[in-house]
Design a binder for this molecule. Structure first.
Ligand code: DGJ
Length: 730
């Protein structure tokens, strides 16, 4: 039983393998947050909640003679604006009479076996007997508004999920101005905030800084989870490192606007509120209706960043990603984008396919430019019909020729967008977002389709499902190349425009759900101008996401490093591209490009006809090597051996088989030095008492020697060299 209730103390305790989470209802119905952290084996932790009278922190009316009791200082599970808690709140509601009050008191709870799901939205799922659900219900007696707090407890995986259902059981419309998914109060401790910021071609750069007395916000108002701030934060103790220290993770399972506010308050308490961004959000909750705030995946590890990452890797790989390719070996692909951009015809494509088939590539992906009048980014989006001037005879004959080479065929689409210069826009201008009497802002010459509309989604479903039915397509890359602005639905009344941004995301999920359900054999890869929508919401529909449009391996190390804190290697789309690199102009060895791309789903994105004979041989070797290490890389435990820091001249990371039987260590010299210092790393995760050899060598090392003493790599020189060393247990 991972959820227990002590009736006398009104204490609810959630326990996983290593973690305890506790809350308590008092005599007045207020729901206190009591504890979240290292396992305390059922101890009642409520003694830690001590309160005193604090000036300017008022008291609820029914506790007016107890000046020590204040919502402004008490740790809570969920908080609302307007009734005396002046810290960041999770909920802000405007009642029918214009008031802002919502005074939530606990009216009951229930425990269910299995994991709750959320209608129309992605949520972590139970593979059978893994999880329990707790639902705690709070109610505002005046309006009848109810808040149902959902907790999904994955005991073996050290994961607790949370989401909220707000139910209007009153008689008047309630307008939600803010409806966050989680409020997490951390009454003690001083914390560092770790978050993952960036920009296009430079996603998920890890940044760590101490929290100060303020409200710090990690957010996106771009209608997408964004290149700029991933919806994932870690709070760790000031001394935490890869191996040690308390780390709390909050990951938002949502692909649209998001906001995480972290406040350190007057008494040094930390509060984290995570949910849908309140910008342009105003949800009309009519009587009888419910609003579901998306899920947050919470985890705690006392074992530093590595422990926390392993928890997230495990849950995402096994309880977020779905479908045939979740755990099945995925094909090594070649994508024609950086080889041709828009400039191709079927002959050129077939030549790329033919040459890459000879190298051992298994899947040919035709990227942007195959449809409508798409010869540049000026036109064509929305017209999902093959351009037979470019691909004579249409798609199926091309696919047959690719299949005859022994390769699968994959296709790029960008369903959510439309060009002004397209038949779709000419026929349905009102299907795009723009505000009345205003010209829309364009990005990459495109506009955003109103995915809140069922007719738009049906059109897209019909186009894409016809493509998938009529052609033997085994992979889809689903791209999205601009942020949302001018958000306005021409099918909704003015007072409902504050719902559109969220309805857009629900619409995207609906289309993804229909397509992945109806075409279960197709491998879907998410993409948004690289990694602009790299989040667990998208991973629920596609088990991999193109990590970044930057394919420079030296830059990619930083991107994949940051990504690895929350997401497993099996989700990171990574390709070997041409050198000099198209984004940075840097020249790097082919070997290094492959070492980096192998720490992802692995593929190529170059024109093989431009390769020298030696390079082709090298690619053949790389693909064989990737096959050999496939399960070690994709299923093994991932360890960061180095961190991003000034003066660092090499980076190293390691995969260890779950049973400790083998390990692959990767090293890349990212800043070659003259008269170089030694490259020395301490390995991790090995069996300390076992002996290991480097494959093909006889010298034995104990696991403890490699972990505590470390391993010194030979010095190598040149531009950005790399090494891979495979240790095998004897
Ligand atoms: C952005 C993607 O990230 C690229 O890989 C490529 O598919 C282009 N879009 C095509 O327009």
């Amino acid at each position: 039983m991972s959820i227990t209730f002590d009736k006398d103390r009104q204490l609810l305790t959630l326990e996983t393998k290593n973690v305890t989470y506790q809350m308590q209802t008092d005599n007045y119905g207020f729901l206190h947050h009591v504890y979240f952290g290292r396992k305390v084996n059922g101890s009642d932790m409520s003694y830690t909640n001590v309160s005193y009278d604090r000036g300017f922190s008022g008291n609820p009316y029914d506790l007016r003679y107890n000046r020590a009791f204040s919502l402004d200082t008490m740790p809570q599970e969920y908080t609302s604006f307007g009734v005396g808690d002046f810290r960041v709140n999770a909920l802000s509601v405007v009642n029918a009479d214009g008031s802002y009050g919502a005074d939530f008191r606990c009216v009951g709870h229930k425990v269910e076996s299995g994991k709750y799901s959320i209608p129309g939205m992605p949520a972590v799922y139970d593979n059978g007997g893994e999880a329990e659900t707790l639902i705690v219900t709070l109610m505002d007696q005046v309006t009848g508004l109810k808040v149902h707090l959902y907790y999904g407890v994955f005991e073996d995986k050290d994961i607790i999920t949370r989401c909220v259902r707000i139910e209007n059981s009153g008689r008047a419309v309630a307008r939600l101005e803010k409806a966050a998914s989680v409020c997490l109060d951390m009454p003690f401790g001083q914390w560092d905030l770790v978050h993952f910021h960036g920009r296009h071609c430079m996603e998920r750069q890890m940044e760590r800084s101490p929290l100060i007395h303020s409200i710090q916000t990690i957010a996106s108002k771009r209608g997408m989870s964004s290149h700029h701030h991933n919806p994932f934060v870690i709070l760790c103790d000031r001394e935490a490192n890869e191996d040690r220290g308390d780390c709390y993770g909050l990951m938002f399972m949502y692909s649209g606007n998001h906001k995480t506010e972290i406040e350190v308050d007057q008494l040094e308490n930390t509060r984290v509120v995570m949910g849908i961004h309140d910008a342009q959000f105003l949800w009309n909750l009519r009587p009888g209706e419910s609003f579901w705030a998306p899920e947050v995946i919470l985890s705690f590890s006392p074992d530093g960043f590595t422990g926390l990452s392993h928890n997230y890797h495990n849950i995402i790989r096994h309880n977020v990603c779905r479908g045939k390719y979740k755990l099945q070996r995925r094909p090594v692909l070649i994508n024609n984008w950086e080889a041709t951009y828009f400039d191709f015809n079927e002959k050129k494509l077939l030549e790329i396919a033919k040459q890459s088939a000879e190298l051992g590539v298994e899947l040919f992906v035709l990227d942007d430019g195959w449809f409508g009048s798409r010869n540049s980014d000026l036109s064509g989006l929305g017209d999902w019909f093959v351009n037979t001037e470019k691909i004579k005879g249409g798609l199926q004959p091309l696919i047959e020729q690719v299949n005859a080479l022994g390769m699968k065929f994959g296709l790029w689409i960008e369903p959510e967008m439309v060009n002004e210069d397209s038949n779709l826009y000419r026929a349905h201008p009102d299907w795009a977002f723009y505000q009345p009497n205003r010209a829309p802002s364009l990005a990459r010459n495109q506009m955003v389709l109103d995915m809140s509309r069922a007719d738009v989604r049906d059109y897209l479903y019909n186009c894409i499902s016809a493509l998938l039915r009529e052609n033997h397509i085994e992979y889809i890359k689903w791209d999205m190349n601009r942020a949302l602005s001018d958000v306005y639905s021409h099918s909704l009344a003015p007072e409902r425009q504050g719902e559109v941004s969220h309805l857009y995301v629900l619409g995207v999920y609906d289309l993804m759900n229909r397509l992945t359900r109806d075409f279960p054999d197709v491998l879907f890869e998410g993409c948004a101008g690289g990694g602009g929508r790299f989040d667990p919401g998208i991973l629920y529909y596609s088990p991999q996401i193109w990590c970044s449009d930057d394919t420079d391996p030296i830059e990619r190390i930083k991107i994949q490093y940051g990504t690895s804190f929350g997401y497993p290697v099996s989700t990171m789309g990574a390709h070997v591209s041409a050198s000099p690199n198209h984004q940075t102009g840097r020249t790097t060895p082919l070997e290094t490009r492959a070492v980096v791309a192998m720490s992802g789903t692995f593929g190529y994105e170059l024109d093989p006809s431009k390769l020298k004979k030696r390079e082709k041989q090298e690619i053949r070797r790389q693909i064989e090597e990737f096959h050999k290490y496939y399960w070690l890389i994709q299923d093994g435990l991932f360890y960061r051996l180095t961190k991003e820091e000034p003066g660092r001249f090499f980076h190293a990371w390691q995969f260890v088989a779950q049973d400790g039987s083998e390990s692959l260590v990767n090293v890349v010299i990212t800043s070659p030095q003259p008269n170089s210092c030694l490259i020395h790393v301490r390995l991790k995760g090995l069996d300390p008492d076992a002996e290991y050899v480097i494959e093909g060598h006889s010298r034995r090392f104990t696991g403890s020697a490699l972990m505590y003493g470390g391993y010194t790599f030979p010095l190598v020189s040149g531009d950005y060299p790399s090494m891979q060393v495979h240790f095998v247990r004897v």
